[in-house]
Design a binder for this molecule. Structure first.
Ligand code: FAD
Length: 390
């Protein structure tokens, strides 16, 4: 009877525990989550998009697990009565200079075997009448869901399968045979670290020197005033800058009918810093003393500065969105919270692009699981359990 302990009750941790109880019904599976609710951090503060897999290099973990994950997520939601809508999305080029990048996305989507179609402006308007563009890419298999609701269902399934679920309990120490938490010790043969924004720290607790540092990037949202929601039918994205893993501020219809605008990407001054005022000296010091962040900053300071200015100016934020939907004005937008991405950075300043999942003996550490990890979570879980088995 192997005793598995999963650290982190976000969607990746819960999905992994769910995969473990399904594959090993006799094992003891425990999930330890420091917050009082499931999915309290990245999973509960995202855009709720089931990504199709357009952006990821063919053969990468992201490409494989996202494509399979988008399918298994829709199946899971359908089976468990969770609202889900495969509404498709539009990626729009608003400037002729973006068209070659749009075409590159089309080629990549074809290589990833995804249902995409290049559109001219009139065809794009058939999907999104308020959009302005010079060309667009329609992705039919993109969907929307509330990933928080998926977490709640996963926790219910785990509870009924006999898993031990500890909310409000933080992991503070890891030994080969046990995990220490703020509420006592848990015997453990196998550890799975799905601690999101703290994954590198949890790896260190387990005696593993992570090859990366997690740096928090906040993504801030506005939402459309209810009477202006009809400007957006589904999902409208810009053509992303391929140098960055962030997709650019976009317009997203949520599964509850609201329309979110964002997220941007600014360096957060706390790993769970949801506002500018949230500053945690330990986290600031951690980031400021990391050579990788300085190297990244030297290369991309102009982009970073642009993001900060947009974060501080609603006018700039609106202008970015109005490139996609010209009828949008500042009055149409109201603040709608933020999420913080756990982005792994290498010591050379490189942003880790793919998912990074590392096995050490009887431990697996998920060291980079940014977007589309929520989409891919059920497949990341399968991948983790296979990694442990092999
Ligand atoms: C703004 C934003 C928008 C996004 N949009 C999308 C999207 O549309 N589609 C998509 O697929 N993905 C999206 N993502 C990415 C997605 O949300 C994440 O990839 C995914 O939620 C990661 O899940 P996780 O379980 O790894 O991390 P988390 O959800 O962050 O969970 C990690 C958990 O570990 C817990 N923890 C940490 N340390 C400890 C400890 N010591 N002891 C116990 N518990 C601990 C934390 O409290 C946390 O609950 C977005 C992310 C953000 C921030």
């Amino acid at each position: 009877m192997t005793r598995y302990v999963v650290v982190g009750g976000g969607i990746v941790g819960l999905a992994t525990a769910y995969q473990l109880v399904r594959e090993y019904p006799d094992a003891t599976v425990t999930v330890v989550e420091k917050e009082r609710t499931w999915g309290a951090h990245q999973t509960g503060h995202n855009s709720g998009v089931i990504h199709a897999g357009v952006y990821y290099p063919p053969g990468s973990l992201k490409a494989r697990l996202c494509k399979a994950g988008s399918r298994s997520m829709v199946e899971f939601c359908t089976e468990h009565g969770i609202a889900v809508d495969v509404c498709g999305k539009l990626i729009v080029a608003t400037d002729p200079a973006e068209v070659p990048r749009l075409h590159a996305l089309y080629e990549r989507s074809m290589a990833n075997d995804l249902p995409v179609r290049l559109l001219d402006p009139a065809q794009a308007k058939e999907y999104e009448p308020a959009v302005a563009c010079v060309a667009a890419l329609h992705v039919a298999s993109t969907g929307i869901v509330d990933f928080g609701a998926v977490c709640v269902r996963l926790a219910e399934l785990l509870a009924s399968a006999g898993a031990r679920l500890h909310l409000g309990s933080a992991v503070t120490g890891i030994r080969p045979d046990r995990v220490t938490t703020t509420h006592g010790e848990i015997p453990a043969d196998v550890l799975v670290n799905c601690a999101g924004l703290h994954a590198d720290r949890v790896a260190r607790l387990a005696g593993v020197v992570p090859p990366v540092r997690i740096v928090p990037f906040r993504g801030e949202y506005y939402e459309l005033r209810p009477d202006r929601r009809d400007l957006v039918r589904g999902l409208i994205y810009p053509v992303p800058d391929p140098q960055f893993p962030f997709l650019g501020v976009h317009l997203t219809r949520m599964i509850d009918g609201s329309v979110h605008a964002g997220p941007n990407a600014v360096l957060a001054l706390a790993r769970e810093g949801y506002r500018w005022g949230a500053i945690r000296p330990r986290d600031v010091l951690d980031a400021a003393t990391y050579p990788g962040l300085w190297r990244l900053g030297r290369r991309h300071w102009r982009y970073g500065l642009g993001e900060v200015r947009r974060s501080l100016s609603k006018r700039r934020f609106t202008a970015s969105l109005a490139r996609l939907v010209p009828a949008l004005t500042m009055d149409d937008l109201q603040p709608a919270g933020a999420g913080v991405r756990a982005q792994a950075i290498r010591p050379d300043g490189g942003l880790v692009d793919d998912f990074l999942i590392v096995r050490r003996d009887r431990q697996v550490h998920v060291l980079n699981a940014p977007s589309p990890a929520a989409t891919s979570s059920l497949e990341i879980a399968r991948h983790i359990v296979a990694t442990l088995r092999n």
